[in-house]
Each structure stands twice: as structure tokens, then as C-alpha cells.
Design a protein around this ligand. Structure first.
Ligand SMILES: [Fe+2]
Length: 161
């Protein structure tokens, strides 16, 4: 089994423990959706596609396993580090790149390393593609516009609320 598939199965099992069915369903949609979009952006930007996909799978994991979004970037990075350490198939540098991007991903207003920026953009893109009403902040809208321009996509503009 390849490494990303291994993490997908772990995520699948972890989300099964989420009691709230709506939260559980959105967990699957969001984590697997961000994973696919992060992999696509990695292809476009010449970054590691597998690590991008894994970062997407894990980036909000603490939100779903704890039921709280409080400091979820830091807590998800810590949980991702534990999960990847237990899996034992990623090199320390790979775990560090994944967990650093997860720790930064809530800070959408600032710029970090290319891998962190990729995860932030994939996160915004998934939210917007799933439900345009979630474009609730100027900083997210700016990221969306930038990604659409980068990928030569046209976004229909401000959503109807
Ligand atoms: Fe997210």
C-alpha cells in the first residue's frame, strides 16, 4: 500500500469516531477534498504531490477528533506528527514539512514557505468550491482570486449570501 493510501485509511477510521454525523460527513468531504486540491496545486507548482496530499488529509484532524476548532492548526500539527510517527513510513524531514504547513495553515493573512502557502490555498479553494457562502473574509477572497488567476480559472465573483 502506498503511503498516502495508508494515511487515507487512518483518516477514514479516525473520522468514523466522530459522533456528529454532519461533522463526520463534512470531515470526509473537506479533508479528502483539500488533499486532492493540494496535490493538484503541488503538480502545478512543482512541489511534492504526495506530501501535499498527506498534508491536506491531516490539516484539520484535531478539529474533527476533538470537536473543537480552537487552536486547531497547532493541535492538528501535533496530532499529525503523532500519526505520521506511528505510521513510521515518512522521513523526519517529510514529517516536518507536513506538520509545519499544518501549523501555519490558519494564518491566511501572512506568507510562509511554499508548502504552507499551498495548503492554505487548497483549504480556501475547497471551502469555496463546496460552499461559496464561506468566502467570508477579504483575505480568503484574495487567495481565491490569486489561485484562480494562477490556474487560469474564472471565478463567478462575489457569491450571493
Ligand atoms: Fe481546513
Amino acid at each position: 500500500m502506498n503511503r498516502q493510501r495508508q494515511v487515507q485509511e487512518l483518516i477514514y477510521e479516525l473520522l468514523l469516531t466522530v459522533e456528529d454525523t454532519e461533522q463526520r460527513s463534512y470531515g470526509y468531504v473537506h479533508l479528502f477534498g483539500v488533499s486532492a486540491l493540494a496535490a493538484m496545486l503541488a503538480m502545478h507548482r512543482g512541489l511534492d504531490v504526495e506530501l501535499a496530499g498527506v498534508a491536506g488529509l491531516l490539516h484539520d484532524i484535531a478539529t474533527y477528533t476533538s470537536g473543537s476548532a480552537h487552536e486547531h492548526a497547532r493541535r492538528s500539527a501535533e496530532q499529525a506528527s503523532q500519526i505520521l510517527g506511528t505510521a513510521g513510513v515518512f522521513a523526519p524531514g517529510e514529517v516536518d514539512a507536513i506538520c509545519t504547513s499544518i501549523a501555519h495553515h490558519s494564518d491566511k493573512a501572512n506568507t510562509h514557505d511554499p508548502f504552507s502557502e499551498l495548503l492554505k490555498d487548497a483549504d480556501v479553494l475547497q471551502h469555496c468550491l463546496y460552499s461559496a457562502v464561506l468566502i467570508d473574509a477579504q483575505v480568503r477572497l484574495k487567495r481565491l482570486e490569486d489561485v484562480c488567476r494562477e490556474l487560469s480559472l474564472s471565478w463567478p465573483g462575489e457569491p450571493d449570501q
